[in-house]
Unconditional design. Structure first.
Length: 354
């Protein structure tokens, strides 16, 4: 884009430069650095208040332009996930989850921390038995399941991950606290919600709601039917909230390596104009991070979760990025509709952040 400035503007700029006390600094200071922050790339010169500025003087970006956007040379490579943590249910089929972990480990040349665990469940007998005996039997069964899970993980991951670590958890207390502690060394956590009971307290399963809402890490939820993840066509379910902003930032490594990122906001008809502006801002921000992004707004008709799912099917989406919403009530997470749908009923992978 070229801007033409009149003689009065040249004098104003010159007075600013010559007023600088350091002559070498004044010589190196470029004209565009004084004006660029004040001019939106989507605006044209007619938006400037003084029409006389549109004469005689050329103002150009110091970066080459592609499709109307300045392309800044990258000083460093795109952000990557260096460590993945995958939680594996010792009593479930984890093949699909491990295959997704393998795909991401190869994609980012990442190390993998494998974690598996379970609660020891004891039953008290009135006659002829001791609770300790029941707990011992539970321990033996759990140990066998944990070892089988570890072997299955190594078989799939050992040729893909840069490095593999393994942690087994067996206790009679809350499983969630122990698993969440392990997330401290991970950039991204992978998990599968195999059971609807996984969102309730006091079950043998990991409470997926706790993992998402309390770990402080992005969680990639893998549905049981998924057998791999290319994440080439990604949908960002946009809502102007801190949770969604956090999720999009957490997903940048995947978005930067995608073929397409579609930012979608579902809004009431009266709010569609504002929604388009918000989506356009997010698309521009993503493009500046090297993401091939585009935007779409959808008029609200019924449940947002169903509408996002319909868009995902129509657009061939293989990964959804979204904020996670919910609150704790009576020691159980009450999740938002979209969040609950992604955790329990989705048929494609979803990266969620709280």
């Amino acid at each position: 884009m070229i801007f033409r400035l009149g003689a009065s503007a040249r004098m104003a700029v010159g007075s600013v430069v010559h007023a600088l006390p350091d002559a070498p600094l004044a010589r190196s200071l470029s004209i565009h650095s004084l004006f660029e922050p004040q001019i939106d790339q989507d605006q044209h010169v007619g938006n400037l208040s003084d029409a006389s500025l549109a004469e005689d003087f050329e103002l150009t970006s110091k970066y080459p332009r592609q499709n109307g956007e300045s392309v800044r040379p990258r000083k460093e490579e795109a952000v990557m996930y260096s460590t993945l943590m995958v939680y594996l249910d010792p009593f479930a089929d984890n093949t699909g989850l491990l295959q997704v972990t393998r795909d991401l480990a190869e994609r980012f040349d990442a190390s993998v921390l494998g974690v598996s665990g379970g609660r020891l469940v004891g039953v008290a007998y009135d006659v002829g038995g001791l609770p300790g005996g029941v707990i011992d039997m539970g321990q033996e069964e759990l140990d066998e399941a944990l070892e089988a899970t570890r072997e299955a993980a190594l078989a799939i991951l050992q040729r893909s991950a840069r490095h593999i670590e393994w942690r087994s958890i067996a206790n009679s207390g809350p499983l969630e606290a122990a698993v969440i502690r392990e997330t401290r060394g991970a950039d991204l956590v992978l998990a599968a919600a195999h059971h609807r009971e996984a969102l309730a307290q006091g079950t043998p399963y990991l409470n997926t709601g706790d993992l998402v809402m309390q770990s402080g890490r992005p969680v990639l939820i893998v549905p049981p039917a998924v057998t791999g993840l290319q994440a080439r066509n990604v949908l960002v379910g946009w809502k102007d909230s801190r949770e969604t902003r956090r999720a999009v930032t957490d997903a940048l490594p995947l978005l930067q390596t995608a073929d397409r990122a579609l930012v979608v906001q579902v809004a009431r008809k009266s709010d569609l104009g504002e929604a388009r502006e918000a989506v356009a801002d997010v698309v521009r921000w993503l493009k500046r991070h090297g993401v091939p992004a585009e935007g779409k707004t959808v008029s609200e008709r019924g449940r947002n979760a169903l509408q996002l799912d319909n868009v995902a099917k129509a657009e061939g989406i293989d990964l959804i990025v979204a904020g996670a919403y919910g609150h704790s009530r009576l020691r159980e997470w009450v999740l938002g509709g979209v969040t609950r749908n992604l955790l329990l009923y989705g048929d494609r992978c979803a990266l969620v952040s709280h």
